[in-house]
Design a protein around this ligand. Structure first.
Ligand SMILES: Nc1ncnc2c1ncn2[C@@H]1O[C@H](COP(=O)(O)OP(=O)(O)O)[C@@H](O)[C@H]1O
Ligand SMILES: [Mg+2]
Length: 380
């Protein structure tokens, strides 16, 4: 926990201490890593607010690389929004740069050195403008909200469709099934928790689908599926809406990287369209809701139709199977490894998750024809 005095010192790296009026955690009563900094009123009587965030460098070992990605992506988006006559300070997350006077020579020459501050404890901090009058939703539990979520990510991706700058790979091998299979083979060989002998059925679920999943990733690697900007954390709470419920912008850009944009679609479907919980014990509750699938896809394609190429349209529905399969693999692999990666609430938790995600995968496989038809209808 940081004291108010320490937080003020960190804030002063981005704005003068005379500018900052108060610093409060975002959300009442939470001890989290996101703070709201209120500035004094400016000459026009307006009070600006800022988000000061501690970046988790255990999850993201390369914070400068991450901040550089965010800067490249938001600069591109600002240009697009400005060209379209929109307000770039509301329709794009605005990164606040360091005050040059607060920077050491070392910081000035470091890559992306003006985009973050590293404190004496080794923690990284960054700042962005708080977008006033914005609303977020915690959960997309209706087709109308699923549509809006699809629209938000679709808009983000369509504005980035002509972005060509490569981004830093801040999380290694993300959604790269070839790399996952290497880890998988090692996990089976190691059998760290002695569980492999009891998991023959589950291991078969993974092995029997290896080829079709590798075929998908081949297309990413050989360019059949183009490499674009992916957000990689498409939950609805990462989209800001205005008071009327219209999409303002996508936030939480820490995970932005270069890959196939189908990853974002597939992962959104995996969570938005599951009728049960990710770790449901009651498998009867778990299935793919075609209604939610259609709603999300309709919102997504309302923005993305004209920028998707043929191969992307062709594999859009499949990407939901790909991402869900990857999640089955990752939960099962962690169970085999003895539960070292995912936090578990009880001993069999990773196995329960494996079975629940597998049930979802099966439901997608069963309804795959309908999923493809829905995409074709919405593209027409
Ligand atoms: N620039 C911003 N303007 C307005 N609200 C924001 C902004 N950034 C974050 N928020 C609010 O704070 C919440 C958490 O921020 P986020 O960057 O998504 O962090 P986390 O990694 O904790 O999800 C968001 O869901 C949103 O409600
Ligand atoms: Mg978030």
């Amino acid at each position: 926990m940081y004291t108010e005095k320490e937080l003020r010192e960190i804030t002063a790296k981005f704005m003068t201490s005379a500018e900052a009026e108060s610093i409060k955690p975002l959300g009442p009563g939470f001890i989290n890593d996101t703070m709201i900094v209120s500035a004094h009123k400016n000459e026009s009587g307006r009070r600006e607010r800022y988000i000061l965030q501690r970046k988790n460098h255990l999850v993201f070992p390369d914070v400068p690389g991450m901040m550089s990605n965010i800067d490249l992506v938001t600069s591109h988006l600002r240009k697009k929004v400005t060209e379209a006559g929109g307000d770039p300070d509301r329709e794009v997350l605005k990164v606040i740069r360091r005050r040059p006077e607060s920077m050491t020579d070392e910081e000035k020459t470091a890559p992306a050195g003006d985009l973050y501050y590293r404190d004496a404890n080794g923690n990284y901090w960054a700042m962005c403008l708080f977008i006033e009058g914005s609303v977020t939703f915690e959960k997309a539990d209706s087709p109308a909200l699923a549509y809006k979520g699809g629209e938000g990510i679709g808009k983000f991706q369509s504005m980035l469709a002509d972005f060509t700058h490569p981004l830093n790979e801040t999380i290694k091998g993300f959604h790269n099934i070839r790399w996952r299979f290497e880890q998988w083979d090692e996990a089976l060989r190691r059998d760290a928790a002695g569980r492999v002998k009891d998991l023959q059925e589950e291991i078969g679920w993974i092995e029997s689908r290896k080829d079709e999943m590798l075929k998908f990733w081949d297309m990413v690697e050989d360019g059949t599926l183009p490499t674009r900007v992916t957000h990689n954390d498409t939950k609805i709470s990462n989209i800001l809406f205005d008071e009327k419920g219209e999409v303002l912008c996508v936030i939480d850009l820490d995970t932005c990287m270069s890959s196939t944009s189908l990853n974002d679609f597939g992962d959104a479907i995996r969570s938005y369209a599951n009728t049960g919980a990710e770790d449901d014990r009651d498998l009867d509750k778990v299935s793919l809701s075609m209604e939610m699938f259609r709603a999300y896809t309709a919102g997504y394609l309302s923005q993305r139709k004209s920028t998707l190429c043929e191969s992307e349209t062709e594999y859009l529905a499949f990407s939901a199977r790909y991402i869900t399969y990857e999640q089955v693999l990752r939960f099962l692999m962690d169970y085999i490894d003895g539960d070292v990666y995912y936090k578990t609430a009880y001993p069999e938790h990773n196995l329960v998750r494996t079975r629940a995600q597998y049930k979802l995968l099966r439901s997608m496989e069963e309804q795959y024809g309908q999923m493809r038809e829905a995409v074709a209808e919405l593209m027409a």
